[in-house]
Design a protein around this ligand. Structure first.
Ligand SMILES: C[S@@+](CC[C@H](N)C(=O)[O-])C[C@H]1O[C@@H](n2cnc3c(N)ncnc32)[C@H](O)[C@@H]1O
Length: 239
């Protein structure tokens, strides 16, 4: 199994600076939308899958949720711990690969989020993504919501029209590699169309699946636009 680029300290630090600049400002609005849409209440247990430096996890904890943040990157988790301490909130942080969540207690979480390409697509192929979704389903309490943001492959198909050598359009995989800090980093990222992601989620037993717009970081109840960069997907475990 290929190593995640996020395990490289230099990559994680550079990416975090980018996330802070581009995405941090919209976080509080996103969290308000999530709490309302997912029906979360103070005291509920929430999973933040691929929590990074904890921008959603910390904002959720500040609103009274009991948050468990999971991430593969030691660097991102160190920042999350420092930021949570600076805000005086408690977030349980766990270093783990999302491809193996079996240690967690099943059926107790009132919600789960996996935002900003933090799980789906980067776990090593559709089979692993499906196994991950099955695990998330098992961790959720009946009626609990799961929210994902991930790349919209339709845009990639439209823009590349089969001409982008980094986009394997037959398999829906975007490949990139670079050298950083003397290490060769690479990622094969599976990008999904809305109907593919709906199929995967429904095969795990999740229902009420909507593919919504998160253009410019604004989470909304509008359907995703065909050329949007990302999609916002919400699904519910049946009662
Ligand atoms: C683009 S960042 C987003 C972080 C956070 N969700 C946010 O919105 O700020 C992607 C995160 O996913 C984590 N990640 C990537 N692959 C992972 C894996 N296999 N298991 C756990 N975490 C992973 C990375 O370490 C990184 O913190």
């Amino acid at each position: 199994m290929q190593k995640s680029p996020w395990e490289n300290k230099c990559f994680a630090e550079e990416s975090l600076a980018n996330i802070d600049e581009k995405f941090l400002p919209a976080t509080e609005r996103q969290v308000d939308w999530l709490i309302q849409k997912m029906g979360l209440r103070p005291g509920d247990a929430l999973l933040d899958l691929g929590c990074g430096a904890g921008r959603h996890a910390i904002a959720m904890a500040r609103r009274g949720l009991r948050v468990t943040g999971i991430d593969i990157s030691e660097t991102m988790l160190r920042h999350a711990k420092e930021r949570a301490e600076a805000e005086g909130v408690n977030v349980q942080l766990v270093q783990a690969d999302l491809a193996g969540l079996s240690e967690l207690k099943l059926g107790i979480f009132r919600g789960a989020i996996c935002l900003c390409e933090s799980g789906i697509g980067v776990l090593g192929g559709a089979g692993r993504d499906f196994a991950f979704l099955q695990q998330v389903h098992a961790l959720l309490a009946p009626g609990a919501c799961f929210v994902i943001t991930c790349f919209n492959a339709l845009r990639r198909y439209i823009l590349s029209r089969g001409q982008n050598p980094r986009f394997d359009y037959i398999n829906g995989v975007m490949r990139w590699s670079c050298e950083l800090d003397g290490e060769e980093l690479r990622e094969d990222q599976r990008q999904y169309t809305p109907s593919e992601i709906k199929l995967l989620l429904s095969l795990t037993g999740l229902e009420d699946i909507d593919v919504l717009s998160c253009a410019d970081g604004d989470f909304s109840d509008e359907p995703m636009g065909i050329e949007d960069v990302e999609m916002l997907v919400i699904a519910r475990r049946c009662l």
